[in-house]
Design a binder for this molecule. Structure first.
Ligand SMILES: Cc1ncc(C[n+]2csc(CCOP(=O)(O)OP(=O)(O)O)c2C)c(N)n1
Length: 296
């Protein structure tokens, strides 16, 4: 799937264009996220055949046929193991996985934990609109306490997961937070995440005009600031925890933490350490009848 002879080719945004009509609600943050991702891939010189774009189920996942290139649309909450398999099978590919907060911190929370532990080499964009959008506005694990949602009109009484604290506590080698209304900011963060060697977690604070009335576009716009314009040291995990803590008043966006010495999973794996080939080059047909004949 990868073609190392074409790496110097100039790539244009048009190569990622899809003829399919966008179906998101007017004002949805997904429009900006997809534009910024295309821009970042182009800025990094990655052609569609050098990338594998992996989509979870949800409003975010409905972007899968609105962009050209190699794509995989997985099961709800399961995109991370699928993307991890792809990333391990062909380390030459740029792997980008996308999922909603429902998939990431609900159905697939176990995969989030182990992807961080393994430090699989991929960019993971979590569309955090603080609700289950595609199924019409149920509360998710990131819905703020007491915010009324369609499935819980009196609000939820559980404490929401704080994605940055969670990822940083698990030892993530790259975490970022960015607002879906900040296309330039997303573009920059996505570029850095794609270049990162290891699991790059990008939480996008995504406005959902249809189902999340608590945190609309303007709400975020008034509160976000770029932490990379301050003296924040992105290589300091304790500083990253402190700076990302506030999700209500002054919300830090940009790269929150990056380990400059991050080593991705396949470079740490003892079995593959000195391998000269990719796993996809080693796939062949094996005659297993000698094993199955005993079962007859
Ligand atoms: C295992 C599983 N559980 C539930 C569903 C139903 N389902 C489809 S989309 C969706 C909501 C997705 O919410 P989220 O992951 O936050 O993404 P969003 O739609 O907000 O982008 C649900 C619950 C499903 N398809 N599969």
């Amino acid at each position: 799937m990868s073609c190392n002879t074409c790496t110097t080719k100039t790539v244009s945004l048009a190569e990622y264009a899809s003829p399919n009509a966008l179906t998101w609600c007017p004002g949805c943050g997904n429009f900006g996220i997809q534009v910024a991702l295309k821009q970042a891939l182009v800025a990094n010189g990655i052609t569609p055949h050098q990338a594998m774009l992996c989509f979870d189920i949800g409003c975010n996942g409905n972007g899968s046929d609105k962009i050209d290139g190699y794509r995989f649309h997985g099961l709800h909450g399961r995109i991370l193991p699928l993307a991890a398999g792809i990333s391990c099978a062909n380390t030459q590919l740029t792997v980008v996985a996308e999922a909603g907060d429902g998939a990431t911190f609900g159905e697939g929370v176990n995969h989030f934990v182990h992807s961080i532990r393994a430090n699989f080499d991929m960019t993971f964009i979590c569309h955090n609109n603080e609700n289950y959008g595609l199924t019409k506005g149920q509360a998710s694990a990131t819905t703020r306490e007491d915010v009324p949602m369609n499935s819980s009109p009196d609000g939820v009484s559980s404490t929401p997961i704080h994605p940055q604290r969670f990822a940083l506590a698990l030892g993530a080698t790259f975490t970022a937070r960015i607002f879906s209304g900040d296309i330039l900011g997303m573009n920059r963060v996505f570029q850095a995440a794609i270049k990162h060697k290891g699991f790059a977690f990008v939480e996008v604070l995504q406005n959902c005009p249809t189902y999340n009335k608590a945190t609309p576009h303007e709400w975020y716009q008034k509160r976000v600031y770029n932490v990379n314009d301050t003296d924040h040291d992105v290589s300091n995990r304790a500083a990253a925890l402190a700076v990302s803590d506030d999700v209500n008043e002054k919300i830090a966006t940009g790269i929150i933490y990056q380990d400059p010495n991050s080593v991705p999973f396949m470079s740490r794996d003892m079995v593959r350490k000195d391998a000269q080939t990719e796993l996809i080059n080693e796939v062949s047909h094996y005659d297993i009848t000698q094993f199955t004949s005993r079962m007859r």
